[in-house]
Design a protein around this ligand. Structure first.
Ligand SMILES: Cc1ncc(COP(=O)(O)O)c(C=O)c1O
Length: 330
């Protein structure tokens, strides 16, 4: 069982699968390079204009376009550590300087990020919820942050796990975009919609930002089947509701078992959970792997005593707990 990449174990909407089946004979056509139908559907869902939406080959692609277009040698990109590794990779490829701001009690510290701004800062990356911690920055914190961020700096709110968030004080960043030119919100069909293998995500921002990013996008960046499946997914609210419900119930299963085992964990707003397993983390990860349970070790995130585990189905979670308990007690 794979609990390493925060996929949705319930899979995609049946409507998405059917939509793909219905159009396989048309794959000799190029996709719509502008993604008009999907952008139209998203604009209605989000109450934004089509011109505010850019589609990407995964939100990863939008992140890399942002880095390519806005970051150059000598520029600075502010990001939290640990956070999603693509920010670092993008900034490195652009030869920009990475300004790392440590988490504060596993949470992104927007005040410290603001304090790290210099005349060379071009972009600030904020994963909300953060990966690998599953923690959020709250509405109030975000409002203060964007209110003080100079207009020439782009704030990237990467909300890949948005649909899983339970907290009521989670920021409504799309509302901020209406008044500010320097915010982009990224979301994806890879997580709750279960389309990770098709690669499709989107960004929402002021028209000027979308225009600039579009110039660096390749004309057919999002494939035909991904667009068709994403469009069908948006019509299936039940799939989203079921997936959210699963994670809400199953994270409590994790909490109670981890408490029973006396393991520290970070309460999560996403579909994964960061667990402290101690000095033997690497061995534990290998033992789990031998038993067929794949989790994400946190060495690359500078949290060598932790691992990140995707919340699966009850059956998968029970198996993980069983193997974890056996491994820890051996
Ligand atoms: C915080 C965050 N942003 C973006 C992504 C990438 O998503 P996509 O599949 O849309 O490229 C991930 C995937 O793990 C993620 O955790």
């Amino acid at each position: 069982i794979k609990l390493a990449s925060n996929e949705n174990p319930l899979g995609p909407s049946a409507k998405a699968i059917q939509a793909i089946r219905d159009c396989t004979s048309q794959i000799y056509f190029y996709p719509d390079g502008a993604g008009r139908k999907l952008r139209g559907a998203l604009s209605r869902k989000l109450s934004m204009d089509c011109e505010n939406i850019i589609l990407g080959n995964g939100s990863d692609e939008i992140l890399s376009i942002i880095a390519r277009v806005l970051l150059h040698q000598g520029d600075e990109a502010i990001m939290a550590t640990p956070s999603f590794l693509m920010y670092e990779i993008g900034a490195n490829l652009s030869q920009a300087k990475i300004v790392s701001v440590p988490l504060n009690n596993f949470r992104i510290d927007l005040d410290e990020m603001l304090g790290a701004v210099t005349p060379k800062t071009r972009v600030v990356f904020v994963a909300n919820p953060n990966n690998p911690t599953g923690t959020i920055v709250k509405n109030e914190e975000v409002e203060t942050f964007v209110g003080q961020l100079p207009e020439g700096i782009l704030a990237v709110f990467d909300e890949a796990y948005y649909e899983y968030v339970e907290a009521e004080d989670f920021p409504q960043t799309l509302d901020l975009i209406r008044n500010r030119p320097n915010i982009i919100v990224l979301r994806t069909f890879s997580k709750i919609y279960g389309l990770a293998g098709l690669r499709i995500g989107y960004g929402v921002a002021a028209r000027e930002i979308v225009d600039i990013l579009n110039r660096a996008r390749s004309p057919f960046n999002v494939n035909f089947l991904a667009q068709v499946a994403a469009l069908a997914s948006l019509t299936d609210e039940e799939q989203v509701r079921r997936s959210r419900q699963l994670v809400r119930e199953e994270k409590r299963f994790f909490y109670s078992h981890l408490r029973r085992l006396g393991l520290f964990f970070v309460p999560t707003e996403a579909n994964f959970i960061l667990i402290e397993v101690g000095k033997k983390a690497k061995q534990v990860e290998h033992r789990l792997l031998e038993k067929g349970v794949i989790v994400r070790g946190m060495q690359a995130y500078d949290l060598p005593e932790f691992m990140r585990v995707t919340i699966g189905t009850r059956e998968q979670n029970e198996e993980f707990m069983r193997e974890l308990e056996t491994t820890l007690s051996s």
